[in-house]
Design a protein around this ligand. Structure first.
Ligand code: S3P
Length: 165
């Protein structure tokens, strides 16, 4: 058994928003692994990074993903760096994975409006560009469908995903 959809993509691609929309349209629960990690740890991800470091966060993230992938009939959104783990990429090979793509300019705009991200401190544009360039092949590797999210409403993106899959 497996989730209906798993959404991957860089910070600012709209994973949580679109996953929530898809879950609503399908009438199934939405499971966001970053939210689950924060709930379990009792603190925000930025504090987990500061208190325990990125490696520790990645271990929690891997465990949260293993947990989420056990569930049937849910829509899962994962953090932007989840696909760095080769075991996670292997697990995602059997799933209906959607890569939410976004331009650098749009991602910078969206990230600027959201919560602080520990890997995007300092020059957000430069950090985000480096991270997007390095990870793009990994998002493409796991994706069954790639959807560009620039200048689109969550509803139109959800429509496209539901039409194709
Ligand atoms: C991360 C992205 C974040 C969060 C953590 C690490 C990353 O999630 O998991 O800060 O490595 O890109 P979003 O993609 O939802 O911002």
């Amino acid at each position: 058994m497996s989730p209906v959809f798993v959404l991957v993509g860089p910070p600012g691609s709209g994973k949580s928003t679109i996953a929530a929309k898809l879950a609503e349209r399908l009438g199934v629960p939405h499971h966001d692994t970053d939210t689950a990690i924060e709930a379990d740890a009792g603190k925000p991800i930025s504090d987990i990074f500061v208190d325990h470091g990125e490696e520790h966060f990645r271990r929690l993230e891997r465990a949260a993903i293993v947990d989420a992938l056990k569930d049937d009939q849910i829509v899962v959104s994962v953090g932007g760096g989840a696909i760095l783990d080769p075991d996670t990429r292997a697990d995602l090979a059997g799933q209906t994975v959607i890569f939410l793509d976004v331009s650098l300019g749009e991602a910078v705009k969206r990230v600027g409006l959201g919560v602080a991200r520990p890997l995007l401190l300092g020059n957000v544009r430069t950090q985000l560009r480096n991270l997007m360039e390095a990870r793009r092949p990994l998002y493409v590797e796991v994706a069954k469908l790639i959807v560009l999210t620039d200048n689109r409403t969550p509803d139109s993106i959800a429509d496209e995903i539901l039409e194709h899959l």
